[in-house]
Design a protein around this ligand. Structure first.
Ligand code: ZN
Ligand code: ZN
Length: 557
C-alpha cells in the first residue's frame, strides 16, 4: 500500500442502531480533495407516545450541508420510505443530483406531485442493473429480490477497492415480479475481490430462509378460492409483487379487484407505467365495490399497520364511505405488524371480528413473507462476496450484534460495528472508527422541520401527561393585586381527593404566594411570575402527584 493512498471512508448518518432513516455516506480522498456520495435518504416513523404529533423522523444532515460542494450525488437503492422518504423535506438543503432506477424515480415523482409545495427534485434515471460514475466512485446497481420492485444492492468501486452495499435484499428463487437476486454477479464481484460488505441486519436473528413470495401467492390464492363472501386484503402499498399475486388469486376465483386507498392507487399507477403490472387484470376504482356481488369482489386496501386514517381502520370502525363488511366476509392481513403499531392493528382486527368478519394474519397462514434475509441467506452472501471487512447496518443493536457474530463465525477477517455518526476508515490499512461526525435526528412536526432538541415536542409530551395551569395576574401601580387572579386548568382533574374545587385552591395559592413576596419584588413582574409558577406547580404536584406545566402572565394596569 503506497503512503499516498487515499482514504476510503464509510459514515452512516442514519439506520445503524435503528430500523429506519437509512442514510449512508461513502467518502474517498484526503483533505480538500475528499469527495462523498450518499446512499439512500430515508425516514423513521414517529412514536406517538414518546413524540406526540411527530409523524416522521429524519437524519440530521448538518454534515452534508457543510460538505455540499463535495457531495457528488445521492444514490437510491429502492423506493421504501425508510430509504427515500426524507428527500422531499431535505433535498432542498442540498440540491445535489439524485440517481435511481425507473420505478423508484417514478414513485418519487408521483409522491412529489401529490404533496403541496414539494420541490422539483433532479432525478437521473439509471437502468436496472446499470452503472454510473460519480467522481472516484463507480456505482453498479446489482438486482436483488426484496418487497418492492427494482431493489438493488450497490457495488461501489474506488481506486482503494470495491464495496458491496447490500441495501435491503433477500434470496427468493421465485419472486412474483422482477429478477431473483443476482447470485452470479455477487460471485463475480467476490472473485474479483471485495474489500468490504455493508449489510442488511433486519432478520439477522432469524435462522433459516424467508418464505418465498410464490408460496405466499399460493396461500392467498387458496384462501380467495375458498372464500364465500367478500374478501379484503391489506398489504404494504409498495409491495407490487404481492398486489400482483392478489390480482392473480382474484382472477382465478372469478373476482374483480377494487382499489381502496390513495397510496395503493398511486403505486399501482406507477407500477403500470414502469411495466411491473403487465398482463395483470385491470383494477377497478373504489366505487365499483358497491356494484359487485359479494362473491365477485376482492378489495385491495391500505392500512395494514392499523393507521387510523387509512382504509382498513375505517372499514373496521364501520365508517368507510364505500366499503362495508359483514358476517361471512374475509380479511387477509398480508403484512407484518411493525413494532409500535401492535395496538392499532389489534384495534382494527377486533373491530373486524366484532362485525363477524373472519380475519387471517401471518400467524394463521403463510400470507406474508419478509423482504429481508434470514441467517442462511446472510451466509450465502458472505460466501459469494467473501469480504475482507464487514460492517453490519440496517438494524437495532441486537440485529447488528447478531450479524457481526455470524460474520465472525464465518471467518470474515475484520468486523467493524459502528453507530450513526461514526466515521469508519475502510482502507488503506486497518479498518476502524476514526472520528464522529455531526449527527442526530430531525422531526417533521406538521409542515415544519424541528431540531431534536426543540422545546415543542418535549412540552407536548408533558402537556399530554400532566396538563397546564394558566394564570393571569393584574398588578396595580403600587404593586398590589388589582383584581382576583384569573385561572384556567387544562388537562387537570377538577376536584382534589376530598372533593374540593382544585382551581379554587390553586387561586388561593396564587394570592398567598403574592402576599408573602417582599414589597420590592411585587413590583417586578418577572419575579412575581416565577414565584407564582413555582408555587402553583409544587401545590398541584403535592395534591395530584403530577407536576403540570404552568404559564403565568403578569399585566401592569
Ligand atoms: Zn429498509
Ligand atoms: Zn426496503
Amino acid at each position: 500500500m503506497s503512503a499516498k493512498a487515499d482514504d476510503l471512508l464509510f459514515a452512516p448518518l442514519g439506520g445503524v442502531g435503528e430500523i429506519g432513516m437509512n442514510l449512508a455516506l461513502y467518502g474517498y480522498g484526503r483533505g480538500r480533495q475528499r469527495r462523498w456520495i450518499a446512499v439512500d435518504f430515508g425516514v423513521l416513523f414517529g412514536d406517538e407516545e414518546r413524540l406526540p404529533g411527530i409523524d416522521l423522523i429524519m437524519p440530521d444532515i448538518r454534515f452534508l450541508e457543510s460538505e455540499r460542494k463535495n457531495l457528488l450525488g445521492i444514490v437510491l437503492t429502492h423506493a421504501h420510505e425508510d430509504h427515500f422518504g426524507a428527500l422531499i423535506d431535505l433535498w432542498p438543503r442540498l440540491e445535489v443530483p439524485v440517481y435511481a432506477t425507473p420505478f423508484t424515480a417514478a414513485l418519487l415523482e408521483a409522491k412529489c406531485a401529490g404533496e403541496r409545495g414539494a420541490p422539483k427534485i433532479a432525478v437521473t434515471t439509471v437502468p436496472c442493473a446499470g452503472a454510473i460514475t460519480l467522481g472516484p466512485f463507480r456505482v453498479e446497481f446489482v438486482p436483488v429480490a426484496h418487497s418492492i420492485p427494482e431493489a438493488h444492492s450497490l457495488a461501489i468501486t474506488t481506486p482503494a477497492g470495491t464495496l458491496v452495499h447490500s441495501g435491503d435484499w433477500r434470496i427468493d428463487p421465485a419472486p412474483v415480479i422482477g429478477p431473483p437476486t443476482d447470485e452470479r454477479r455477487f460471485r463475480a464481484l467476490g472473485d474479483a475481490g471485495v474489500l468490504a460488505l455493508i449489510g442488511d441486519s433486519t432478520n439477522a436473528i432469524a435462522e433459516g430462509v424467508s418464505l418465498s413470495e410464490s408460496e405466499v401467492a399460493a396461500t392467498i390464492a387458496d384462501i380467495v378460492a375458498n372464500a364465500r363472501g367478500r374478501v379484503a386484503v391489506t398489504t404494504f402499498a409498495s409491495n407490487v409483487g404481492r398486489i400482483r399475486a392478489i390480482a392473480a388469486a382474484a382472477r382465478a376465483a372469478g373476482r374483480r379487484v377494487v382499489i381502496i386507498g390513495r397510496a395503493m392507487e398511486r403505486v399501482i399507477q406507477v407500477a403500470r407505467e414502469t411495466g411491473h403490472l403487465d398482463e395483470t387484470q385491470e383494477f377497478l376504482p373504489a366505487d365499483a365495490f358497491a356494484r359487485l356481488p359479494r362473491e365477485k369482489v376482492v378489495a385491495l386496501c391500505t392500512g395494514s399497520q392499523g393507521e387510523s386514517r387509512a382504509a382498513l381502520a375505517r372499514i373496521a370502525q364501520g365508517d368507510h364511505p364505500i366499503v362495508t363488511l359483514s358476517r361471512g366476509d374475509t380479511v387477509i392481513f398480508s403484512s407484518r405488524t411493525i413494532p409500535g403499531n401492535d395496538k392499532a392493528v389489534g384495534a382494527a382486527i377486533n373491530g373486524l371480528v366484532t362485525q363477524g368478519v373472519e380475519v387471517i394474519t401471518d400467524r394463521d397462514r403463510a400470507v406474508h413473507a419478509s423482504g429481508h434475509p434470514r441467517r442462511d441467506e446472510l451466509r450465502a452472501m458472505f460466501s459469494w462476496v467473501r469480504p475482507k471487512v464487514f460492517v453490519p447496518v440496517h438494524g437495532e443493536a441486537l440485529h447488528l450484534a447478531k450479524h457481526a457474530e455470524l460474520a465472525r463465525s464465518l471467518g470474515v477477517p475484520e468486523i467493524v460495528t459502528c453507530r450513526d455518526g461514526d466515521l469508519v476508515h475502510l482502507a488503506p490499512g486497518r479498518p476502524g472508527i476514526v472520528d464522529e461526525l455531526p449527527h442526530g435526528r430531525l422531526y417533521k412536526d406538521g409542515r415544519l422541520i424541528e431540531e431534536e432538541t426543540a422545546k415543542a415536542v418535549v412540552e407536548r409530551r408533558r402537556l399530554a401527561y400532566a396538563g397546564c395551569v394558566f394564570v393571569a395576574l393584574a398588578l396595580g401601580a403600587k404593586g398590589e393585586l388589582a383584581d382576583d387572579p384569573v385561572l384556567e386548568l387544562i388537562g387537570i382533574p377538577e376536584k382534589d381527593s376530598r372533593g374540593a374545587d382544585l382551581a379554587g385552591r390553586v387561586s388561593d395559592v396564587v394570592t398567598e404566594t403574592f402576599d408573602t413576596l417582599p414589597k420590592a419584588r411585587r413590583r417586578d413582574p418577572d419575579a412575581v411570575a416565577e414565584a407564582v409558577r413555582r408555587a402553583v406547580r409544587a401545590f398541584v404536584a403535592a395534591e395530584w402527584g403530577k407536576k403540570p406545566l404552568c404559564a403565568v402572565h403578569v399585566l401592569e394596569v
